[in-house]
Every structure is written in structure tokens, then in C-alpha cells.
Design a protein around this ligand. Structure first.
Ligand code: HEC
Length: 164
């Protein structure tokens, strides 16, 4: 009898400790400056601050322009750098907005790799020639994703400050 009582007591004590720990972790407070106080709230704030696909596209837009002038100048290292960054930025964008990924398949699987071939071949004529297909592929995705008013052109005025 004594032994049974001891086991029951130990089980009850363990349950009390476990439930105290759970309550404590559920109520854990963080001292973030602005992100919130509870973990869930902090994660939600972080996700909001990263933004959606527009952040990816603002980065893409800058890199697209740099990419064009890099190829124009025959600065192949810089061109390769930007094309890789565009693809990387989009891949991160699809983690945030997975529903957008399907519309980019032509761009990612055909047009970006083809442009990369012209860069790797250091072929300026082929690069400039293919760039219009590449730009058209950006616009195709915009049409598929219901932002047809975003039509990018082939850069006309040099804004890149990088020179080769
Ligand atoms: C997934 C297919 C997709 C591809 C591929 C794509 N875009 Fe976009 N783009 C979008 C979507 C969707 C938006 C609108 C984003 C939003 O509403 O959050 C957008 C918006 C933009 C904007 C406006 C961004 C802003 O908020 O100021 C620019 C500029 C842009 N894209 C440039 C490009 C360029 C340049 C390329 C090709 C190198 C490209 N995009 C390829 C889907 C795509």
C-alpha cells in the first residue's frame, strides 16, 4: 500500500512539474523592440516585414537592368552574377508566395538558362539578340499573374554605375 501511494504521489508530482513547464513556455515573453511579445506574434511580424513577391520583383528589376548593361559591355562576370541573383531572389520569393511559381517555369527552365549560355559563351551578339526573348518572358509571367500592366522593356538609357 505504502508503495502504491508513493508511485501515485510521484506521478502527480511529475504531472504538476510538466504542466508548470508547459504553462511557462506557452507564456514565454520576449523583449523584442517592435516585433511583439509572444513567439507567434514575432514570427508574424517578421514574415510581414519580409514582404511578398513585390520585394523580389523590385530586386529583380534592378538586377535586370544591371544584367543588360553588363552584357552590353561584355562584362561577363558581372552579367553571370546578376542572372544568378535574379534566379536566387525568385526562388526565395516562391518560398513566400508558392502560388506564383508555376507561372515562372518557362522563365526559369528555358529563358534564364538560354541567356546564361550566351553569357558563358561570352557572345555579345547572341546575348543582345536573346535579351528580347528574355524580357518577353518576364512579361508573359506578368500577364499570367494578373499584373499585365507591368511591361518591362529592353533598357534604353544607361543607369548602371558599373563600368567595364
Ligand atoms: C512569377 C512570374 C514572374 C516572373 C518570371 C517575373 N515577374 Fe515581375 N512580377 C510578378 C508579379 C506577380 C508581380 C507583382 C507583385 C505583387 O503584386 O506583389 C511582378 C512585378 C514586377 C515589377 C513591379 C515591382 C514593383 O512593385 O515595383 C517589376 C518592375 C517586375 N515585376 C519586373 C520583372 C522583370 C524585369 C522580370 C524578368 C527578369 C520579371 N519581373 C519576371 C511576376 C513575375
Amino acid at each position: 500500500m505504502k508503495r502504491t501511494a508513493l508511485i501515485v504521489f510521484a506521478a502527480v508530482a511529475a504531472a504538476v512539474v510538466i504542466s508548470a513547464c508547459q504553462t511557462e513556455s506557452a507564456q514565454q515573453r520576449f523583449e523584442a523592440r517592435w516585433a511583439g511579445e509572444e513567439l507567434e506574434e514575432i514570427i508574424a511580424s517578421m514574415e510581414d516585414q519580409f514582404g511578398g513577391f513585390d520585394q523580389t520583383m523590385m530586386e529583380t528589376n534592378y538586377r535586370y537592368n544591371e544584367l543588360y548593361w553588363a552584357g552590353y559591355d561584355g562584362n561577363w562576370g558581372y552579367a553571370e552574377y546578376h542572372l544568378e541573383k535574379i534566379v536566387g531572389s525568385m526562388e526565395r520569393g516562391f518560398i513566400r508566395r508558392p502560388a506564383r511559381e508555376a507561372s515562372a517555369s518557362q522563365f526559369l527552365n528555358t529563358n534564364a538558362p538560354r541567356l546564361m549560355e550566351t553569357i558563358e559563351g561570352e557572345d555579345r551578339d547572341a546575348f543582345l539578340d536573346y535579351f528580347s526573348r528574355f524580357a518577353a518572358s518576364c512579361n508573359t509571367c506578368h500577364e499570367m499573374e494578373a499584373v499585365p500592366f507591368v511591361q518591362v522593356i529592353i533598357p534604353e538609357t544607361r543607369t548602371s554605375l558599373v563600368r567595364f
